[in-house]
Structures are given as structure tokens and as C-alpha cells.
Design a protein around this ligand. Structure first.
Ligand code: TRH
Length: 380
């Protein structure tokens, strides 16, 4: 008789943007592909899902995508047996009938909350601790993170090797960029820009336009386009648009599939990223990057920004440390960028080397999917 696969249910409510679905989809795929698990992914907004995975049929109540059983999380919950492991992503509230189904199981499931990523020190103390209980079912905190004692980061098996091969293959990069309609301006620095609205952008674009080195800026369609339009003095920017202003070429890209976005990051010399998932992917790209953190009430996101910076800049020389920290702080405060950009450029070789070292150091940790599977193994 074939061995029964362990069944996992992952619940995702899309609060806004693409991070919630971006993280849970990545995790679900990896649990299936690398750990042979039976995974259902419950998502309340299949349209957001479709943006990062165009194969999704937003009208389907159930569909298989890359081995993951994708379910539309219905407004009216239909009774369904609870899985062996239940992950509530980012503290989303499970349907009460499903919680009862968990409690009714002979052996209660392992119930975990997959939390947001933070580099703050307290995460280490809280990772893996019991949280609330529902009847006889105990919930646990599961924190991703950068340090030992956390749940680690999502990283697919062989990712860094694939990245290295791609980065060593100029032809493959050219072909990929061509597919997106990109003809890299000769000698130009290639930068990708994925960010929230930012009042500091105009000054950065000014700085790049007036620079001695050419820059080719790639902007996937999204929230930052309004700021780009204002700077260019145009309206209705859409994928395919290309504008040249002195040393700066600005090109709008379509929003690509999640796995293609990795290739874009791997092609670029510098990546501006945001939120949670693209932030991690930029680190696996092994290239210098700029993080636009997701804004939170009472500016608590600034503590998270500082906590990450504190870890990230270790090992850099004092001037390089100051340059990159200054750039990140200015970007997140919507302040003027050119001086910080110039300082950052002065330390480019050091920052490039550091990005690779940081990436390799982070890859020494167990990846998040493996850590979850191990957590379950220790729990049963
Ligand atoms: O979209 P985000 O801003 O998501 C945010 C954060 O996760 C934040 O922490 C959360 O609280 C908030 O949502 C609700 O940024 P993030 O996390 O980088 O997610 C973007 C996803 O989109 C990521 O998986 C990469 C993917 N993506 C593509 O697939 N194609 C693209 O062209 C681009 C630019 C991104």
C-alpha cells in the first residue's frame, strides 16, 4: 500500500499587495516539490495570486498548480477535514468550523502561525513558543529570520547554484532580458525598481540622470509608477514605455511571473525591493540592494529597518556601512537621495563583495520550509 503523505493546509488572506500570497505560494510549492507533502493552499484573493502566477484560474474553487492543491477560501466555509499540519500565515483568522474540525481530530494537528519576517532580536526568543490554544489544539509561533534560533528564510534547493550559473552566462541573461523587451544600454548599470510610492524618487532619478555613468532603470508596473510619471512629466505609463533623460534610461516592464522576477534580480547590478518576499529574493541575488520596508503604524517598521541594517552592515568598512545605511534611511524617509547614492557608488566593489558574502552566510541556515518540516518532526 502506498505510504500516506502528510497533509498540510496553508491559509492565506491577502491583506494588500503581493507579499502574503508571494510567501505562501513559494512555501507551498517547496513543501510539495522538495518534501513530498500534500499541500492545500487556501487563498481568499485569487486575482492577486494570478498576478504572480498567470496560470491561476481566478474563477476556480479548486485547481492544481505545480502539485499544490489551490483552493479559493470561500466566504461561506464548507466543512472539510483538518490536515495534519495547519499554517495560518501572518496571523490570519481560520474559519471557526475548520478550528472545530482541528479539535475533533483524534490526533490534533500541529497548528502554527507563520509570522512576518523581522531581524529584531526578540524574534529568537519567541520562535517556536506556544501561542494560544483552541480547545485541545495548541498553536505555535513560527518566525522566519536571519539568525540562528529563528525559522530561517525561504530558499529553494539549488537556488544559489542556479543563480550562479545564470549570472555566469551573459547569453542567457541577454535572452531573458530580450524576452522582456530590454536591450541593455551599452556600459549602463542595470537597476530594477520595485517600491511603494516614494517622495525621494525624483531626486534619485535626477541624480542618475546627471551621473557620469549611464543607468538603465527597469520598473515593473506598480505603485511607484505615479512618481516616475511625475518626474518624466508624462501620464499613463505602461509596460514597454522607454524614456531617456541624459544618462538615465527608464523602462517600464510588465509585472512578471514570480520565478521570472528572480531572473530579473539576478541580471541587475542593483535592486530596489520592498515588503518581505522581494526583499529576501534580492539577498539571494547576491547583489547590492535597497529595501523599501512596508510602512506600519507608529513607525514600528523603522525599528525593523534598523534591526536589519545592524546585522547586514557588520563586516563592512565604516565608510561603506555609513553609505549604505544612509541610502536606506533616506529612501525609507522619502528624503533626497543623490548624496547618499554618490557615497554608495564610491564603495561599490566592497558592497558587491559583501552582498555575496551575506548571501552565502544566510544560506548556511536551514531554509524555512525545511525548518517547518523539522519542527513538525520534533513535535510528533
Ligand atoms: O507586494 P509587497 O509589498 O508585499 C507586502 C509585504 O509582504 C508586507 O510585509 C506585507 O505586510 C504586505 O505585503 C501586506 O512586497 P513583497 O513581499 O516583495 O511581495 C511581492 C511579490 O511579488 C514577491 O513574491 C515577488 C513578486 N513579484 C512578481 O512575481 N513579479 C514582479 O514583477 C514583481 C515586481 C514582484
Amino acid at each position: 500500500m502506498p505510504e500516506m503523505k502528510t497533509r498540510w493546509d496553508i491559509f492565506c488572506t491577502v491583506v494588500d499587495n503581493f507579499g502574503d500570497i508571494g510567501v505562501t505560494w513559494r512555501l507551498a510549492r517547496q513543501l510539495v516539490a522538495e518534501h513530498g507533502l500534500a499541500v492545500r493552499l487556501w487563498v481568499d484573493d485569487l486575482r492577486a495570486f494570478e498576478r504572480i502566477c498567470p496560470q491561476i484560474d481566478p474563477g476556480a474553487a479548486q485547481q492544481y498548480q505545480q502539485g499544490v492543491d489551490v483552493r479559493q477560501w470561500p466566504v461561506e466555509w464548507q466543512p472539510t477535514p483538518a490536515a495534519d499540519v495547519v499554517i495560518a500565515a501572518f496571523a490570519c483568522q481560520l474559519p471557526s468550523a475548520y478550528m472545530d474540525a482541528m479539535a475533533e481530530r483524534e490526533q490534533p494537528p500541529l497548528w502554527m502561525n507563520l509570522d512576518y519576517l523581522s531581524a529584531e532580536g526578540w524574534v529568537i526568543g519567541c520562535h517556536g513558543l506556544p501561542s494560544v490554544k483552541y480547545k485541545n489544539v495548541q498553536k505555535f509561533f513560527f518566525f522566519p529570520g536571519f539568525q540562528k534560533g529563528t525559522g530561517g528564510l525561504l530558499r529553494e534547493h539549488g537556488l544559489l547554484e542556479r543563480r550562479r550559473q545564470f549570472q555566469q552566462n551573459p547569453q542567457a541573461q541577454r535572452e531573458f532580458l530580450h524576452g522582456l523587451g530590454i536591450d541593455r544600454a551599452p556600459g549602463a548599470r542595470l537597476i530594477s525598481l520595485f517600491a511603494y510610492e516614494n517622495t525621494g524618487l525624483a531626486s534619485w532619478l535626477d541624480g542618475m540622470a546627471g551621473d557620469s555613468t549611464a543607468t538603465h532603470l527597469l520598473v515593473p508596473e506598480g505603485r511607484i509608477l505615479g512618481d516616475v510619471e511625475r518626474w518624466l512629466g508624462v501620464q499613463g505609463l505602461a509596460a514597454g514605455a522607454v524614456y531617456v533623460r541624459d544618462a538615465l534610461t527608464v523602462q517600464v516592464l510588465p509585472f512578471v511571473r514570480q520565478d521570472q522576477y528572480d531572473l530579473l534580480l539576478w541580471c541587475c547590478d542593483f535592486n530596489a525591493v520592498r515588503g518581505e518576499d522581494s526583499f529576501v529574493r534580492a539577498q539571494w541575488a547576491g547583489r547590492p540592494f535597497l529595501w523599501h520596508i512596508y510602512r506600519q503604524e507608529e513607525d514600528i517598521h523603522l525599528d525593523k529597518l534598523e534591526a536589519f541594517l545592524e546585522l547586514y552592515v557588520k563586516g563592512l568598512s565604516a565608510p561603506a556601512r555609513e553609505a549604505i545605511s544612509g541610502l536606506w534611511r533616506a529612501w525609507n524617509a522619502g528624503e533626497k537621495m543623490p548624496d547618499h547614492w554618490q557615497s554608495t557608488r564610491k564603495h561599490w566593489p566592497e558592497l558587491e563583495k559583501h552582498a555575496e558574502t551575506w548571501c552565502l552566510e544566510q544560506a548556511l541556515q536551514a531554509d524555512l520550509a525545511t525548518a517547518l518540516v523539522q519542527f513538525y518532526g520534533n513535535w510528533i
